[in-house]
Design a protein. Structure first.
Lengths: 544, 178
């Protein structure tokens, strides 16, 4: 342990293939020079055996090379992002989580706002009252430093129980503690890309900015489509690392700011924002001319909406948020809000180097559009290959032919001014999140429509655990913004609310999963600052 | 400090540089950075009421780039200096103005960023870049024009002064402790 760490710790305590000619895939722009990087690596993978995937995830700080910089971030099993967990419907996944994290990134240049209550919270009073107030927070493990290392796991996209030892986001696992998770994967879990990440309320963004995330791949019917089965498959995780000058995630009160780095802290320290692909800085993705590859892409960024484009290449989308399509959809680009996954086929064009970018996009953050960022470089070289795009995929899950039992309206809003207290606050129905309050009670086995109204300019990406949904209506898409997909046949588990607009979604609360879980904005600093609600899924006939 | 501020005193008013509104995909290098700036917002203002008199100034190293971002339009922010810019008392009680050591503050640049509908009463963010150097106390001051009747229009709590003052202790190594 170096002196700085000591000081900080002390200070805290697809049938019938369609052959696409390679030239058809690069209609507009030719190859361009890109940043030379290392080859994109495949993430370590753990596969189920005998119907069970039994694995340990150790959370601890690790020194990680990102480009020419060494950073120190919390990781799963020493890698950033964590390993791929691959299994099938009907199997059991057992994860033993060990929390060996310790606080890092505490700014040494000013006191934390111990006595500065956030908007909506009671004031502890002046300096004399502050000490016992701060001591109380310390004893209850509620200081920023303590909360920053409290954790749990959310299995984002898995249709599993939200209670007990399963996808229970109400658990708190502190440093030195371990927890055995057990997930029974239903027989009808769609095949696709899902993911795991920390979900302890208050520390999700901090741990997300460290890159704590990992893919979960459910194998199934779509993998047996001959054209797809023949393809090179790549799983890519986009991480958004917010780092101080020491290469650590700041443990401090977080505020939005304008400019290239979208956040600052109290006290303020210089920070940077780095976007990695499988933990690498602008890696090279090799393809042969005409080759078709299957890309599974996860946006694990806590904040950034990634409008993904492989320059000059069309994409054939085959799945969204872990649920496959009935047939490929040809698109020029793919928008991935924070938490979204997209699976698509890319067919390589002419030899050359093509940037893979997150396009410049205004997602409502202060200061205007987030800048374009190069995530990787598509390098096309070698002998020509004959990539085939399937015409048909699989039968997509259907919403049962049931009447809509209930329609609800939820209103999303926020306050970033600071005039009512320290920091920012984000609300659903004018309320900040409380873990002990049931905000919505629904009945398992029913269909509901939720109208989600956004009073903000922020494009809050709405996420609900366990059950995915389809989009019925979208109002307020900014003129000229071509990033939106409103096809009612697509299943989502994260969908953006347009600025000052609204979305109506329809969902089916599957009858076999009950319990308390959450819905929230998947911009994680918004979730941590209040924009979350509890939904109780009651057994059929037992709604109070 | 006074002489450097004097270099920009002739500005008389904040020069607002209109954002380009560029829609082309540029590809800035990674990581995205802010020129190693300490970014301060309206929530970094000295002695805000919600500190409950426990506020103390943060430290920065000599040579630090300080960037102040404040909600603006229709309000404009005018940099102040000299006698019109004094450091704040710690915890609203201990006067830092009595400390003999003063660090230099140099205004380097101003800019604006779009911010429509993000905060009530403003449509832009005004950005002021400073360099602080030396050892001692430094204050960065900005005055709103026109002075709004409601400080909430500036993102400030009700009943607080409309001037923006942030006090810093300059010349303290940090972030990369030796």
């Amino acid at each position: 342990m170096d002196r700085r760490t000591v000081l900080k710790n002390a200070g805290l305590a697809v049938m019938g293939g369609l052959v696409v000619p390679r030239s058809a895939a690069s209609p507009s722009s030719g190859p361009v020079s890109g940043v030379e990087g290392e080859p994109l690596r495949d993430l370590p993978e753990v596969r189920s055996s005998g119907g069970v995937l039994d694995h340990q995830l150790n959370m601890a700080a690790e020194r990680v090379e990102v480009g020419d910089r060494v950073i120190t971030v919390d990781t799963y099993n020493g890698t950033m992002p964590g390993p791929i967990l691959r299994f099938r419907p009907g199997e059991q996944v057992r994860l033993l989580l060990r929390n060996n994290m310790h606080p890092m990134g505490i700014p040494p240049n000013g006191p934390p706002p111990l006595c500065a209550p956030p908007p909506g919270e009671d004031s502890p009073g002046g300096p004399l009252e502050c000490l016992p107030h701060a001591a109380g927070h310390l004893a209850e493990g509620e200081t920023l430093a303590q909360t920053s290392v409290a954790t749990n796991i959310h299995t984002h996209g898995l249709q599993v129980s939200p209670e007990g030892r399963a996808d229970n986001v109400f658990l708190r696992i502190d440093p030195g503690q371990r927890h055995q998770y057990v997930y029974d994967i239903p027989d009808d879990q769609p095949a696709g890309l899902h993911w795991y990440h920390p979900h302890f309320h208050g520390s999700t963004s901090h741990q997300g900015w460290a890159g704590l995330s990992g893919p979960m791949i459910v194998e199934g019917d779509i993998d047996r489509v001959p054209e797809i089965a023949d393809m090179r498959e790549r799983t890519m995780v986009i991480n958004e690392l917010w780092l101080n000058e020491d290469g650590e995630v700041p443990t401090a009160m977080v505020l939005p700011s304008g400019g290239q780095v979208p956040f600052t802290s109290v006290p303020a320290v210089p920070t940077t924002m780095t976007f990695t692909l499988n933990g690498q800085l602008v890696p090279e993705i090799d393809m042969r001319p005409g080759e078709a590859q299957r890309w599974r892409v996860l946006n694990a960024s806590p904040h950034r909406a990634v409008w993904l484009q492989a320059d000059g290449h069309e994409l054939y989308k085959i799945g969204q948020d872990g649920i496959p399509f009935e047939r490929p959809k040809r698109v020029d680009s793919v928008m991935l809000s924070a938490g979204n996954r997209a699976e698509f086929i890319i067919t390589a064009g002419d030899p050359g180097r093509y940037p893979v970018v997150a396009r410049r996009y205004d997602q409502g953050h202060p200061g205007g559009a987030r800048p374009a960022v190069q995530l990787g470089t598509l390098v096309i070289d070698g002998a020509t290959a004959g990539g085939r795009i399937p015409r048909e995929l699989v039968d997509a899950p259907a919403v049962p032919d049931l009447p809509v039992t209930r329609r609800r309206t939820l209103v999303f809003s926020g306050d970033i001014s600071g005039h009512d207290g320290a920091g920012v606050r984000f609300f659903i129905d004018d309320q900040l999140y409380r873990h002990d309050r049931i905000d919505q009670e629904v009945e398992a086995g029913t269909v509901e429509e939720w109208r989600l109204v956004n009073e903000d300019v922020f494009q809050h990406p709405f996420h609900i655990h366990v059950n995915p949904f389809r989009i019925v209506d979208v109002k307020g898409i900014p003129p000229g913004d071509s990033s939106w997909e409103t096809d009612p046949s697509i299943w989502w588990d994260v969908f953006r609310l347009p600025p000052k607009g609204e979305v109506t979604m329809r969902t089916y609360f599957r009858p076999d999963i009950t319990g308390k879980t959450v819905y929230h904005c998947h911009i994680l600093p918004h979730e941590d600052n209040g924009m979350m609600g509890n939904v109780l899924i009651s057994p059929e006939g037992e709604v109070t | 400090m006074g002489s450097r501020i004097a270099l920009v005193a002739g500005m008389g008013a904040v020069v607002l540089v209109t954002a380009t509104g560029d829609t082309q995909d540029g590809l800035p290098g990674q990581p995205l950075e802010s020129d190693e700036a300490y970014i301060l917002t309206q929530q970094h203002r000295d002695n805000l009421p919600w500190w409950n008199n426990t506020w103390v100034p943060q430290t920065v190293p000599s040579g630090a780039h300080i960037q102040v971002q404040l909600p603006s339009d229709p309000v404009e922010w005018v940099p102040e200096h000299g006698r019109d810019c004094e450091p704040s008392p710690v915890a609203d009680l201990v006067p830092t103005s009595l400390l003999p050591l003063r660090a230099d503050v140099e205004l380097l640049d101003t800019d604006t960023l779009p911010n429509s509908d993000r905060m009530t009463g403003s449509s832009e963010i005004s950005v002021f870049s400073y360099r602080v150097s030396g050892v001692g106390i430094a204050a960065v001051c900005l005055r709103p024009e026109p002075d709004p009747a409601d400080p909430a229009q500036l993102g400030f709590p009700p009943g607080t002064p409309s001037d923006y003052v942030v006090t810093l202790v300059v010349g303290v190594p940090q972030a990369s402790l030796p």
